[in-house]
Write a protein that binds this ligand. Structure first.
Ligand code: URA
Ligand code: CA
Length: 442
């Protein structure tokens, strides 16, 4: 086998054989193929596509390029993956809720980069919390508690690490076969048998339109079926942050508030919807209605919050934050941003809002940058709200006045006020299962 014949075939729009695919994935993982040939192949795939069989072969070859875990957790290991959001703390809400309903949530999460936050960074704002655990300990926590959240190990799908870095710098991220294989290979390697994907649609999302996001979701569900895993996808909106809190400790606080029954809104709605799909995908509930009922009970009874406490304790963290969120890191400088004009909030640039939090210190500019767990902001208004002059638009949690002033101007720039009433942003667009696409109107 040689790489030139693989390049030649994809250039001429031929489907690659399983052997050709395994050959170049091996070359990506072990370093025997140079960047320029891999980059050329990625562009050929981006332009000429891959059929379902090729995509399935690519996904499995990438999954097998490193360790393949098959954790014994006393049930069907279920994971949830979001394609990137701002103020999206659903994992911290649904992992304990699903566990309280009998699910086995084995969650591998990333760190935040750019405008999106990472669950692992959020959890590290809890004193003592360990996101890096030996596999055995991680699996034992999932078996005993029902959920654990850890960082992604470097031994999983190393081919993806190499290919993703190249895609990032060769304008080849927006390819359905490449996205599907990248996301699912990591999930398959981590041992998830049931996977719920939250595919974001809207400005700043991976795919430019809702239709393209649905296509991506369908491709992932198909490949899941091909690989014998239960994959369900949800296409959700990301026009504005899902929760009102943006920033690491602030988002942990909001998740605790939802689990304690003190907060609701879109973050709760979407968390319960995704949680229900996780219970269905892993066979814990036999219908979405049954799953919704189980989750509502776990929330109402406080069982979800108790599970979060158990998980935090098991991972070495101080679970007292669940009863007293004021124990979380607090920024020294807290003040409101006041509206200078009136109108209806008609548009929010979610990506720019995420970047405003990043600049305050909540996120990284470079991978190795430290983050400040305490800083960020709490939005007091959502798209569709009426704002009067003098209203509090948001509350800043900053390290000092200079940072607050900068954040204030960035945040105001992300908001568009209109004189006419504006509709609320769509939360959920579609549910995609092996049975087909169901349109959602929430
Ligand atoms: N996230 C991934 O892990 N891979 C992609 O290709 C896109 C988003
Ligand atoms: Ca927008």
């Amino acid at each position: 086998m040689d790489i030139l014949s693989v390049l030649e075939d994809k250039k001429r729009k031929k489907a690659l054989t399983k052997e050709q695919i395994e050959f170049f994935v091996r070359g990506a993982a072990d370093g025997t193929l140079p960047d320029y040939q891999l980059a050329a192949l990625l562009m050929a795939i981006r332009l000429n596509g891959m059929d379902a069989r090729e995509t399935a072969d690519l996904t499995m070859a990438m999954a097998r390029s490193g360790d393949m875990l098959s954790p014994q957790v006393g049930g069907v290991p279920v994971d949830k993956h979001s394609t990137g959001g701002v103020g999206d703390t659903t994992t911290l809400i649904l992992a304990p809720l699903v566990a309280a309903c009998g699910g086995k949530v084995l969650k591998m999460s990333g760190r935040g980069l750019g405008h999106t936050g990472g669950t692992v960074d959020k959890l590290e704002s809890i004193a003592g919390f360990r996101v890096s655990l030996p596999e055995e300990e991680f699996v034992s926590i999932v078996r005993r508690v029902g959920c654990a959240v850890v960082g992604q190990s470097a031994q999983l799908a190393p081919a993806d690490k190499r290919l993703y870095a190249l895609r990032d710098v060769t304008a080849t991220v927006d390819s359905i076969p490449l996205i599907v294989s990248s996301i699912l290979s990591k999930k398959f390697a981590a041992g998830a048998r049931a996977i719920v994907l939250d595919v974001k649609a809207g400005s700043g999302a991976l795919m430019p339109t809702v239709e393209a996001s649905i296509q991506l979701a369908q491709a992932m569900v198909d490949i899941g079926a091909h690989a014998g895993r239960s994959v369900i996808a949800v296409v959700s909106g990301m026009e504005e942050p899902l929760g009102s809190h943006v920033g690491n400790a602030l988002e942990v606080r909001e998740a605790i508030d939802v689990l304690a029954g003190r907060a609701g809104g879109p973050l709760k709605t979407v968390s319960l919807f995704l949680g229900a799909q996780m219970l269905v995908a892993s066979g814990v509930a036999d219908s979405e209605e049954a799953a919704q009922k189980m989750l509502a009970e776990a929330l109402e009874s406080g069982a979800g919050l108790r599970k979060l406490k158990e998980m935090i304790t098991a991972q070495g963290g101080d679970s007292a934050v669940c009863d007293d969120p004021s124990l979380l890191p607090r920024a020294p400088y807290i003040r409101p941003v006041i509206a200078k004009t009136a109108g209806y909030l008609s548009h929010v640039n979610g990506t720019a809002l995420g970047l405003a939090a990043q600049r305050m210190g909540a996120g990284r500019v470079r991978k190795e940058d430290p983050i400040d767990p305490a800083v960020g902001f709490v939005m007091e208004k959502r798209i569709g709200d009426r704002i009067e002059k003098g209203d509090v638009i948001c509350t800043l949690h900053a390290k000092d006045e200079t940072s607050a002033r900068e954040a204030e101007s960035r945040i105001l720039d992300t908001l568009t006020l209109s004189p006419d009433p504006a509709p609320r942003a769509r939360l959920l667009y579609a549910l995609i299962t092996p049975k087909g696409v169901t349109e959602l109107c929430q």
